[in-house]
Design a protein around this ligand. Structure first.
Ligand SMILES: Cc1cc2nc3c(=O)[nH]c(=O)nc-3n(C[C@H](O)[C@H](O)[C@H](O)COP(=O)(O)O)c2cc1C
Length: 198
């Protein structure tokens, strides 16, 4: 695929199935992730590649994290009773999340103390990794969707993934094969988003 075509046509694929990227294609994705702009060459990121039984492990971790959070909300809060059935439904929903694709790449920061490169820039670089890997997936004929949600900011999830408290999960990049041909979304007009100084 032509690079400009890729840039102008990239879009997310929410519904994904097998096959996941082959090991050669995964290597391409990870290499694209490493190729991002990186102030100071700090490589302030880490990737977890989750497939196979790893998806079940992630599901178990999501359930553990959500159960911890939600169980503290059962009973009554300010006189309003919390429906345990609704909480169980939430747990069931969370358990299914990792199975929305055959591969999930979790991009997290690995901040480096640096006098010229603030954390904000390191977070942006890690975000570029996610974008680059989505683009690489798309160009290889796979689909991908970048997700976060509350579990990306959950300390139990971070601990389960060995992500230190001071670091951030930048995204869960769901990767797989689209289940159908998706119509290309129309382009977005940039006029209101640009100021020209001439
Ligand atoms: C940091 C970040 C987090 C996101 N988290 C979610 C999410 O949790 N759930 C979701 O439906 N979309 C999420 N999105 C948006 C989707 O990845 C996607 O961009 C959006 O659905 C628009 O579709 P498009 O990429 O085809 O334009 C997130 C995007 C970014 C950049």
């Amino acid at each position: 695929m032509d690079a400009i075509e890729l840039l102008l046509q990239r879009q997310s694929t929410p519904v994904l199935t097998e096959p996941a990227p082959s090991s050669a294609d995964l290597s391409t994705l990870l290499s694209a992730g490493m190729r991002v702009p990186d102030h100071g060459g700090l490589k302030p990121w880490h990737f977890h590649v989750i497939t196979g039984d790893g998806l079940q492990r992630l599901s178990d971790l999501f359930v553990e994290a959500s159960t911890k959070d939600l169980s503290s909300m059962t009973g009554s809060i300010g006189g309003i009773s919390i429906d345990e059935h609704a909480l169980n439904e939430k747990i069931t929903k969370v358990a299914k999340m990792p199975f929305r694709a055959p591969m999930i790449i979790i991009i997290s920061t690995k901040y480096v103390e640096h006098n010229k490169v603030p954390r904000q820039e390191q977070l942006v670089a890690a975000a570029c990794c996610a974008q680059a890997m989505q683009m690489a997936a798309y160009s290889l004929g796979y689909g991908a969707m970048w997700r976060t949600g509350t579990l990306a900011y959950n300390e139990t999830v971070k601990q389960g993934l060995d992500i230190a408290e001071q670091n951030d999960i930048t995204g869960f990049l769901y990767v797989g094969t689209p289940t159908k041909v998706i119509n290309n979304k129309p382009a977005k007009d940039y006029q209101d988003k640009v100021t020209f100084w001439k």
